[in-house]
Design a protein around this ligand. Structure first.
Ligand code: ATP
Length: 562
């Protein structure tokens, strides 16, 4: 397929704020493509050339790209930079300056970008510039716009993973209904390109068979919340397993022989951050396995230390030095794969039995502390004991035969319970920033308030939940306009009532933790709820699709619909 058709579709998508139109335009494009093109389009539409967990990077910044544009257009670098400054967008600058006819195919674009990513080491800067310049020489203006934006990681069409899954379902099954099946595969193997290609070449049945692949991270199973501890009985029944909720970083470890890779909850490869965990996992007797746990900082006696201590280990440099200063231990709570066999469809008790046999206790690798309870009193006692030790809370896990590992899902098989809930305080919420209002007086020149949203995962939309102006330090306030990416026009997945329209739309990319006094029903917000007296707590390293969901808010206000 010609890349000009892709560029035309992207241009249309950019102009619409309707999610339905966006899906349909994408579906049309995908339907006309070969399986290999579908694969490329799944990545390119998200502004990438590989799945999100991959470490493949193009490695080109704005000044390198400006040089490529100059070479391709015959203009001076100064002129190119002037255009970038004027438009505020290197993509538009390229479009204005590059005038060739354009006869690119999707495979030319993808192949060239892959070639750029492969260039490493001495001399690679110049090589990358030349390769991109060659591609731009063959691009039309509009094609150059999108090539440049993809290279710079600035595509931001507003299509999320779920929108692409919807478009794939529409293109290859005729309806959106199949999305659930595609999504299940995506939770186990979060590679949209692979799923798209399998669907286009072999059909839905083949997608349903997609299973775990070692060294491809599986999306983490998540917890629901309850209002009262006694709700456990209704949601799960007894017995249940109750585990210490450690406050650290979720880590999924994959092992094949001597090869070990670690992944974060965002699916980032964090292998190099935790050398001691890598070493401990290597020592496991199992030849092949995937274990799930929480990495925490520990003191000399092996006791858990607070999250803030653990955060100091999130670093690129001086890793060995910090590993000595702040040792880490992985508290393991699940086993997803063992010796070539997926365990995610087995019940939690069965998985745990195998886990106990797989993990031999050491300082760096230890099973999460847990107890099996037949009564609420037992849960409560364990909770008290954990709180005395400074735990963040407990996770209550169903032991029902149906307690499979629900990858990527916040279901009722795992429930979290924290001390805050007991004190009548609400838990915090993870919200997505979708808009901002300019400040006045002391806050002039920066934003005075942010429009924040929860995530409606059924419809892949961000629904407004509060206008937030408190809790920021002066320095945090000042950096907001720089930190948040302005979106030209309303982002496609943001749903907002008229009286809430912000001065500036923000790309729904940034997740923040917010506390509040209470939740009330609200006609002003598209979620139907408002968080009263919201206060900013901190930035979260989460994807927007991992923000607090509408379903969670409904649960908290006792209005679950399903
Ligand atoms: P929170 O901020 O409350 O941790 P969250 O949205 O990050 O919420 P949840 O799914 O609500 O995540 O809570 C589960 C998280 O708790 C897991 O992602 C994991 O990082 C952590 N955790 C700590 N101990 C356990 C445990 N024993 N079992 C499951 N998850 C645990």
């Amino acid at each position: 397929m010609k890349f000009s058709q892709v560029a035309k579709t992207y241009n249309e998508i950019e102009k619409t704020s309707s999610l339905i139109q966006m899906r349909e335009r994408l579906a049309l494009l995908l339907k006309k493509s070969t399986p290999e093109e579908v694969k490329a389009l799944c990545y390119l539409t998200l502004g990438r050339i590989a799945p999100s967990y991959s470490t493949i990077l193009l490695g080109m910044g704005e000044s390198m790209v400006a040089k490529s544009i100059a070479k391709a257009s015959g203009e001076s670098i100064e002129e190119v930079k002037r255009h970038i400054k004027k438009t505020g967008d290197a993509g538009l600058a390229a479009e204005n300056l590059i005038k060739s006819k354009g006869k690119l195919e999707i495979k030319d674009v993808m192949g060239t970008l892959e070639k750029i990513a492969k260039k490493k080491g001495a001399g690679s800067v110049q090589e990358k510039i030349e390769i991109l310049a060659d591609l731009l020489k063959k691009s039309s203006g509009i094609e150059a716009r999108y090539v440049v934006r993809i290279v710079l990681g600035q595509l931001r069409l507003g299509a999320g993973d779920k929108t692409i899954l919807d478009a794939l379902a529409i293109a290859y099954t005729g309806t959106q209904k199949a999305r659930q099946k595609l999504e299940r595969a995506y939770h186990i193997r979060p590679d949209l390109g692979e799923i798209g290609k399998t669907l286009a070449s072999k059909g839905l049945r083949a997608v349903e068979k997609i299973g775990i692949k070692l060294f491809v991270p599986i999306q983490a199973m998540l917890c629901q919340r309850i209002r009262e501890l006694s709700d456990v009985e209704e949601k799960m029944g007894f017995p249940v397993a109750v585990e210490h909720k450690y406050d650290g970083e979720r880590v999924q470890a994959h092992k094949r022989g001597d090869q070990v890779r670690l992944f974060s909850r965002r699916l980032d490869d964090v292998t190099s951050q935790f050398p001691e965990i890598v070493k401990a996992v290597k020592k496991l007797k199992a030849k092949k396995c995937i274990i799930d746990g929480e990495a925490i900082a520990i003191d000399k006696e092996g006791n858990a230390l607070p999250f803030q201590t653990m955060m100091q280990r999130r670093r690129k440099y001086e890793i060995e030095e910090y590993a000595k200063k702040i040792p880490i231990s992985l508290r393991v709570f699940d086993l997803l794969y063992l010796e070539g066999k997926s365990l995610i469809d087995e019940s939690y008790p069965k998985r745990h039995e195998k886990l106990e046999k797989t993990v031999k206790k050491s300082k760096q690798l230890e099973l999460a502390e847990r107890i099996v309870c037949e009564s609420l009193q037992c849960i409560d006692e364990f909770f008290e004991k954990m709180c005395e030790r400074g735990a963040e809370g407990i996770v209550i896990k169903s032991m029902d035969p149906s307690s499979t590992y629900e990858a990527g899902t916040r279901g009722w098989k795992w429930i979290k319970w924290k001390p805050e809930y007991m004190r009548g305080m609400r838990d915090t919420f993870d919200l997505v920033i979708i808009g901002a209002y300019w400040g006045r007086g002391k806050r002039s020149g920066t934003y005075g308030a942010l429009l924040c949203a929860i995530y409606d995962d059924k419809n892949d939309k961000f629904l407004t939940f509060c206008k937030l102006g408190s809790g920021f330090t002066d320095a945090q306030l000042k950096e907001l306009p720089k930190k948040l990416t302005v979106h030209k026009g309303k982002p496609a997945r943001a749903s907002v009532k008229k009286n809430m329209i912000p001065d500036v739309w923000i790309s729904p990319e940034t997740v923040i933790e917010v506390t509040g006094a209470n939740i009330t029903k609200s006609p002003s917000h598209t979620s139907g709820y408002a968080l009263r007296f919201p206060r900013f707590v901190r930035y979260r390293k989460k994807k927007p699709s991992q923000a607090t969901t509408l379903e969670e808010i409904k649960t908290l206000t006792q209005e679950r619909t399903s």
